[in-house]
Write a protein that binds this ligand. Structure first.
Ligand SMILES: *Cc1c(COP(=O)(O)O)cnc(C)c1O
Length: 827
């Protein structure tokens, strides 16, 4: 897509230009060359990080060979392409994944061994880019992997945050945050493109004037301007193409420095420069009240503005007219974070490129497609009108105009006044705000949810009026994960066993896993399967020891809940269950509970009081149980600090049981659920998000279901929910909940968990007490089956065999067919 020269010469990709061979000898030679000539180091003084960097540079050359070839190809075929706009990416470490995709893992391992270096040790050196909060950013990165592997012409845009998601430490059982200095040792994988940079304006006012032909001209006179510069990371697919991840970094414009310098105000200029660069300084943790956070809106507009200018540049470079933008590009909005793009594209087309309104609007709403990721009302973005007026005055005018034309249009349909005010882009009950999901919906040709359940609820609840107006605009694309990173790279033992049995085709076609199903009844294979799991559990146990000092017996049932900490995800329901087991052992003298290690990990938004308290609850219960000799042979409770992709890659392969216990109707899809199941964990879960589809695929007899359904939740709440009544009528539940205030658990600080206790007994908005008994009962069933390891192995194999649907390759193919109408370019 990158060149206007249709007959690109295959000059740079001719072999023999550089040493980019894939044999062990080639890798050895390159590795030393990088150490000497790129780093100026000799082995005796080289640090582990020097070796890591030499290896990363060695691999990067080989990635670039594929990358330039892909770029040539995309340019040559001049195909329709995708621009993916996401404020977050969570790629995880690149090195291991690139080695797999180049198919040189073993060659590299052997090459390094000849220098007495261990590949696994060097892989550990990589610091991952934490440019996302969790699921949403990880999804974007899974999609990059599949776009590249499938050869879809595409470019992904985002923000190069200097500090990613905060680093989490646990001190005295509490979460403590510190900055994530991921760039401290440099970033081998990115290339800065100082010549790809765009100006971005903020503030000021607009001036309307008419020219000699009475044509309206609108000029935006900003009061500040900054510059965004592109930093590119090639994302390599498996055995195939590569695409660009282009992240924007904010910098001061030269002109400003210059003007101030002349006035002798050097320090004022430098200060301005520092303030401009603040825009891409830090990623905001989600779940916090972001509305009104000016810097966050600046970040969103900043990256959207740079990305759209870049897309227009690429389009015009090919000698095309802007009127055909939507024919050559489709732009996917990953949630509402980039939704100001609708107004920005209108501004660029109208004010900068002089297009008329009708034409510009047609191009705009044929270009964008929008993915909704949440039904949580507090997470639906709304920006105060006043903030927009100060920061983006021209965009506010455009949004008013889009809204007024939209309202005129729907007045012609049979919508009630109430519906019309519900659908308006402007919410003027209280302080006027812009509903960004409505802007995205009105300005897009397709809107999708991320699981069958979620897409249904989107049409029935959050966007129901829009679904009535434009039923054909709404669709579903169930999320997926890249099985290459989350099985082949992170679980080489299981990947090896699978390939031994059914060959390697699953790497590019996950449906092939179905071939495993016939071995689910093979006793020998089951034993092999469980041996692999045990090895992975040993590896996880070693990680646990390293990170927390706590030792667990790898033979224990490893029961895992890792994800962001949020009340709707109900980590505290898991805690209630653990306490119920504790009571059974201590108070009821029950002896036959299978030894279980309960593993938690996940970050809480720094401003989310309850989530932070839930972490303290988990660690307090851990402290208490792990130090009680009467129970600690049977129960262990562990909180792993600083959950990240890197840590996740150790956790999923080592899990026996996957906890997916959110209140039905709250988790849009989940992807952790897929990663666990793909690694052979069985799921205990509610009918929420993609759990529904996982259960459908693996069969209800291979899934531990509990809890109310979405409809039952709604009915229950409508009928009046009284958690106190449930508590007082269930003796065993009562003693567990009361324990939250006990001297023993709180070490005398009995008010410590009062907020959780009160919340559960008075509101319990996520129905923990309602679902408690059903959960505890289903866990009994889990334990019964766990005792029968042959049965467990069988269920585990069947789960993995039916994970085909959850490959992000399938998701991307769905996007291509249902939404983008984009075709692959042959690798
Ligand atoms: C997959 C993943 C998530 C999402 O987990 P859910 O269980 O779907 O909420 C979050 N963080 C990381 C690091 C992940 O890899």
């Amino acid at each position: 897509m990158n060149s206007h020269n249709k007959k690109t010469e295959h000059y740079f990709t001719k072999p023999g230009v550089a040493n980019i061979g894939l044999t062990k000898e080639d890798i050895k030679t390159s590795f030393l060359e990088k150490l000497f000539y790129s780093l100026g180091r000799i082995p005796v003084v080289a640090t582990k990080n020097d070796f890591y960097t030499s290896l990363a540079l060695t691999v990067r050359d080989r990635v670039f060979r594929k990358y330039v070839k892909s770029l040539e190809q995309y340019a040559e075929e001049d195909a329709r392409g995708v621009a993916y706009l996401s404020a977050e990416y969570l790629p995880g470490p690149h090195l291991g994944n690139n080695l797999l995709n180049l198919e040189i893992v073993e060659e590299t391992r052997e090459a390094l061994a000849e220098f007495n270096l261990d590949l696994d040790e060097l892989l550990k050196e990589e610091v991952e880019p934490g440019l996302g909060n969790g699921g949403l950013g990880r999804l974007a990165s899974c999609y990059m992997d599949s776009l590249a592997t499938l050869g879809i012409p595409s470019i992904a845009y985002g923000i190069r945050y200097e500090f990613g998601i905060f680093k989490q430490e646990i001190q005295d059982g509490w979460q403590v945050e510190s900055t994530d200095k991921w760039l401290q040792k440099g970033n081998t994988w990115e290339i800065v493109r100082p010549e790809i940079s765009f100006e971005v304006k903020f503030g000021g006012h607009t001036e309307h004037s008419r020219d000699g032909n009475y044509k309206l001209h609108i000029e935006w006179i900003p009061d500040s301007e900054i510059k965004g510069t592109a930093y590119d990371t090639p994302i390599l697919g498996y055995q195939s193409n590569s695409i660009t991840l282009r992240l924007w970094k904010a910098e001061a414009t030269e002109s400003f420095d210059f003007a101030a310098y002349n006035l002798g105000e050097y320090y004022r200029a430098v200060e301005k420069k520092m303030r401009s660069e603040n825009i891409t300084k830090v990623l905001y943790p989600n779940d916090e009240n972001l509305s009104g956070k000016e810097l966050r809106l600046k970040q969103q507009y900043f990256f959207v503005c740079c990305s759209l200018q870049d897309i227009i540049r690429l389009h015009l470079l090919q000698g095309r007219k802007l009127e055909t933008l939507h024919e050559k590009f489709t732009i996917q909005l990953n949630d509402t974070h980039p939704s100001i793009a609708v107004a920005e594209l209108m501004r660029l087309l109208l004010d900068v490129h002089q297009m008329g309104w009708e034409e510009a609007w047609k191009v705009t709403k044929s270009t964008f497609a929008y993915t909704n990721h949440t039904l949580l009302p507090e997470a639906l973005e709304k920006w105060p009108v006043n903030l927009l007026r100060n920061l983006l005055p021209r965009h506010l005018e455009l949004i008013y105009e889009i809204n007024s034309r939209f309202i005129t249009e729907i007045r012609e349909h049979d919508f009630t006044g109430e519906q019309i005010s519900r659908m308006s882009l402007i919410d003027d009950r209280g302080e006027p705000t812009i509903r960004m999901a409505h802007l995205a919906t009105v300005g897009s040709y397709k809107v999708n949810g991320v699981s069958a359940l979620h897409s249904g609820l989107l049409k029935e609840e959050v966007l129901k009026d829009f679904a009535q107006l434009w039923p054909e605009k709404f669709t579903n694309v169930t999320n997926g994960i890249t099985h290459r990173r989350f099985l082949a790279v992170s679980n080489p033992r299981l990947a090896g066993l699978i390939s031994e049995k059914i060959g390697k085709e699953w790497l590019t076609n996950l449906d092939k896993l179905k071939g495993l199903e016939s071995f689910a009844n093979d006793e020998y294979f089951r034993r092999k399967w469980m041996e692999v799991k045990l090895e992975n559990k040993k590896n996880l146990a070693a990680q646990i020891k390293e990170l927390t000092g706590i030792e667990i017996n790898p033979e224990m049932l490893i029961d895992v809940q890792v994800k962001r900490i949020h009340e709707y995800k109900r980590q505290h329901l898991k805690v209630l269950h653990i306490l119920s087991l504790y009571m059974q052992i201590k108070k009821d003298g029950q002896k036959d509970i299978p030894p279980t290690a309960f593993i938690f990990a996940g970050k809480a938004a720094p401003g989310y009081f309850m989530a932070k308290r839930i972490i303290k609850l988990i660690t307090a219960v851990g402290d208490f149980i792990n130090n009680d000799p009467e129970v600690n042979e049977t129960l262990k409770v562990i909180f792993l600090p600083n959950f990240s992709v890197k840590l996740a890659q150790h956790v999923y392969p080592g899990a026996d049981l996957s906890e997916q216990i959110s209140m039905a109707g709250k988790e849009a899809s989940g992807t952790g659920n897929m990663k666990f199941a793909l690694n052979g964990a069985l799921t205990v879960g509610t009918l929420d998000g993609a759990n529904v589809e996982i259960r459908e695929e693996v069969g209800e007899e291979n899934f531990f279901l509990f809890g109310l359904t979405t409809e039952e939740v709604a009915e229950r709440k409508k009928a009046g929910y009284h958690p106190y009544k449930i508590y007082s009528e269930n003796e065993k539940l009562k003693r567990v909940v009361d324990f939250l205030l006990s001297e023993e658990l709180t070490k005398g600080n009995t008010e410590l968990f009062r907020s959780i206790y009160d919340n559960l007994l008075n509101q319990d908005p996520y129905l923990l007490l309602q679902d408690y008994q059903s959960y505890v009962d289903q866990m009994e069933n889990v334990y019964e089956i766990w005792q029968d390891s042959q049965k467990w192995a069988q269920m585990s194999i069947i789960n993995v065999a039916n994970m085909g649907k959850f490959s992000s390759d399938r998701s991307i193919k769905d996007y291509c067919e249902k939404i983008w109408k984009v075709k692959a370019v042959k690798a």
